[in-house]
Design a protein around this ligand. Structure first.
Ligand code: 13P
Length: 338
């Protein structure tokens, strides 16, 4: 498949991406929250349970993996990448090395991982990955994000994207404006616009073929501590407007991150965005927490109840799949859960 075909497949209507690429450190936090020891065996068991679910065929277009998982073998003896491919889904790989303190700034971060990336991409391709992910993070405060943070992260994202395409894979470009803080929804709109504009400027400088990319942005939301809450309709309207203004039309699709929204909020908001989508771009999900939270809790209670865990995951995947076509409703949520 060409990179344009892979990108299109990743954002197919009715399906979305499962972001299961938590680093071992992040996985430690997730497993600790449900009182499970963070061992390699447990990480594999949880992930394999999800990857063998029936909704993988119907609702999941791709799975983002962490380096460890890409190299693991499932209990049935086939590799994890084979297990994902068997279900018609595409394996992907997180290639950034995390957000590190940006020298010269007061606490902002820049994502690292460019050194040796060309060689790593070659290996990841051989291991079966066909797309990659790199996440940049931006915090909002009265002085942040700074121009330094916006520019250096956009530059790194563009160099990453160019290297990934050189390896014949699709880069997911993920600039995440964090929800932390008491900023308004309009402040989030303003910052996200600046961040996206700089990313597309750098992607053009680095000659990245946008038709072979997928954008993974935050939705336009008020900060977690903002006293002015926003309605689903306002979130959808402002998110769509911001993306229409800042994302070139040859980008085939957008796969949102959930970024700390609850499972239900993430589903509702995606549905509302798709209800008013009047662009040629497809809007789907690339959720981590908002796809896995309930399944993780169920798994932690009883790891042997594979069917029950998978039912919980299937339900969430189905609801988000419906949202990509604006077909989700409270009624569907309840009837499917029952
Ligand atoms: P969340 O959906 O939990 O924000 O995770 C998505 C992701 O891949 C973050 O990089």
């Amino acid at each position: 498949m060409t990179i344009e075909e892979i990108a299109k497949k990743m954002v197919t209507k009715g399906k979305g991406i499962l972001a299961a690429d938590e680093s071992t450190g992040t996985m430690e936090k997730r497993l600790k929250s449900v009182n499970v020891e963070c061992t390699e065996k447990n990480r594999l068991h949880f992930r394999e349970t999800l990857f063998s679910s029936s909704s993988m065929k119907t609702c999941i277009s791709g799975v983002i993996l962490f380096d460890e998982t890409l190299r693991q073998t499932s209990s049935s003896g086939i590799s994890i990448t084979e297990l994902i491919k068997k279900n018609g889904s595409i394996p992907g790989i997180k290639v950034d090395k995390g957000a590190k303190l940006l020298a010269g700034s007061d606490g902002e971060k820049v994502t690292e991982g460019l050194d040796g990336l060309r060689e790593r991409m070659e290996e990841y391709y051989k291991l079966g990955a066909r797309f990659a992910k790199w996440r940049a993070v931006y915090t909002i405060s009265n002085k942040h994000p700074s121009e330094q943070c916006i520019n250096s992260n956009a530059h790194a994202l563009a160099r990453y994207a160019a290297l990934v395409q050189e390896a014949k894979m699709v880069p997911i470009v993920e600039p995440e404006v964090l929800m932390d803080g008491d900023h308004t929804i309009d402040k989030c709109y303003e910052v996200t616009s600046k961040v996206l504009a700089e990313c597309y400027k750098q992607l053009a400088i680095h000659k990245v073929n946008l038709a072979g990319t997928v954008l993974k942005p935050n939705m336009i939301l008020p900060g977690t501590d903002c006293k002015d809450k926003a309605s689903t309709e306002e979130i959808a309207k402002k998110t769509l407007e911001c993306l229409k203004k800042n994302v070139p039309s040859n980008v085939p699709g957008v796969a949102f991150l959930s970024g700390g929204q609850s499972e239900l909020e993430a589903t509702k908001n995606l549905n509302a965005i798709n209800k008013i989508n009047d662009t040629k771009m497809n809007f789907t999900f690339s959720y981590g927490r908002a796809l896995q939270q309930s399944a993780l809790k169920t798994w932690a209670k009883s790891m042997k109840e594979i069917n029950t865990i998978q039912e919980v995951f299937n339900h969430r995947a189905k609801m988000n799949g419906a949202s990509t076509e604006a077909k989700w409703s409270e009624k569907l949520e309840k009837s499917s859960a029952a």
